[in-house]
Design a protein around this ligand. Structure first.
Ligand SMILES: [Zn+2]
Length: 271
C-alpha cells in the first residue's frame, strides 16, 4: 500500500467511493490519532450508509472481510466518524483522527446453536468469540474479525504512522464509552497499538502475544482444548494458512481462522 496526495493505492485497495460526509482539511498539527471502529453490519449496507448525505456519517476507509480496503474520504480531510467524543483532555475527535471502519457485526445474541446480529444475520459458532468488553463486566458473544482484516489494519495504520506521524491509536469505545462498543473485545486493540506504537496503555490487556501467524507444518490439527486429547474441531489447517492468535496456554495458541480452536504454537510462524 502507498499514500499519494492523501489517496491510498495498492493491490488490496478497491476503487475509491467518495463520501460527501466530511469537513475541510485538518488544522495544521491536529492530526495525530487513529480511531478503530466496527461497522455493525455487512460491507454493502455499511458503505451505502457512509456515503448517504442524509446520514451525515463517514470514515476515511472501510476494511471488508477479505482484507480489501475502500477509501471514502481523502486522508487530509476531516471525516465524520467519532461523533460526540472525549479522551485525554480533548473532545470532538473528528478534528484529530483518521477513522477506520472494519466490517464486523459487533455483539451477537445466541439462540440455540446460532448467533444473530441486531439486524438478523446469523453466524455459526466458528465465527463467534465470547469476551468481556473493556467497558462492561459480563461476557457477551462477538463476531470475529478475519486474519486478513487484522493484517490490512496493521499495514494501513503503519503507513499512517509513517506518513502523518500518528501518535495515538484508540477505539471508538474509548473516546465515547457511554455510547459505543466498537471495535469490541474481538479486536486485539491493546496488542495492536502496543506493536505499532510501542506503548502500553492498558496493563491487564497488554502482553507479548503476537497477533497473526502462518502455519508451517504441512497440516496442523485444530482442537477444542490446548492438549492432544482436545477434540478436533475442523479439518486440519494447511501449510501457509494465515491465523489470528487470540490466546496462549503453555505450548498452544488459541487461533481464529476464523474457526476458533487450539493448535501447537511451534507450528505457527509469527508474521
Ligand atoms: Zn464507531
Amino acid at each position: 500500500m502507498e499514500i499519494n496526495n492523501h489517496i491510498l493505492t495498492g493491490s488490496k485497495v478497491k476503487k475509491m467511493v467518495p463520501s460527501p460526509n466530511h469537513s475541510g482539511e485538518f488544522e495544521r498539527g491536529n492530526l495525530d490519532s487513529v480511531i478503530m471502529h466496527y461497522t455493525a453490519g455487512p460491507y454493502q449496507t455499511s458503505l451505502r450508509t457512509l456515503i448517504n448525505p442524509s446520514v451525515r456519517a463517514s470514515a476515511h476507509v472501510i476494511i471488508d472481510r477479505d482484507g480489501t480496503i475502500t477509501q471514502l474520504v481523502p486522508l487530509n480531510l476531516q471525516a465524520w466518524h467519532a461523533g460526540k467524543s472525549y479522551y485525554d483532555g480533548r473532545s470532538g475527535y473528528n478534528r484529530y483522527s483518521i477513522g477506520i471502519e472494519i466490517v464486523n457485526s459487533g455483539y451477537l445474541t445466541k439462540s440455540g446453536n446460532i448467533y444473530r446480529a441486531w439486524y438478523g444475520e446469523a453466524f455459526n459458532p466458528s465465527e463467534v468469540i465470547e469476551g468481556i468488553h473493556r467497558n462492561q463486566t459480563t461476557p457477551r458473544y462477538w463476531h470475529v474479525y478475519t486474519p486478513e482484516q487484522i493484517e490490512t489494519a496493521y499495514e494501513f495504520v503503519q503507513l499512517l504512522i509513517d506518513t502523518y506521524g500518528i501518535k495515538h491509536i484508540l477505539g471508538h469505545e474509548e473516546i465515547a464509552p457511554k455510547r459505543k462498543t466498537d471495535p469490541g473485545p474481538a479486536f486485539p486493540l491493546d496488542r495492536f497499538r502496543d506493536r505499532l506504537l510501542g506503548t502500553t496503555r492498558d496493563q491487564d490487556g497488554a502482553d507479548d502475544l503476537p497477533d497473526t501467524g502462518r502455519v508451517i507444518a504441512s497440516v496442523l490439527n485444530i482442537r477444542s482444548q490446548p492438549n492432544t486429547s482436545g477434540a478436533i474441531v475442523a479439518s486440519p489447517l494447511q501449510r501457509g494458512q494465515k491465523v489470528t492468535i487470540l490466546e496462549e496456554h503453555g505450548d498452544w495458541y488459541k487461533v481464529s481462522v476464523p474457526i476458533t480452536g487450539w493448535v501447537y504454537a511451534k507450528y505457527i510462524d509469527i508474521t
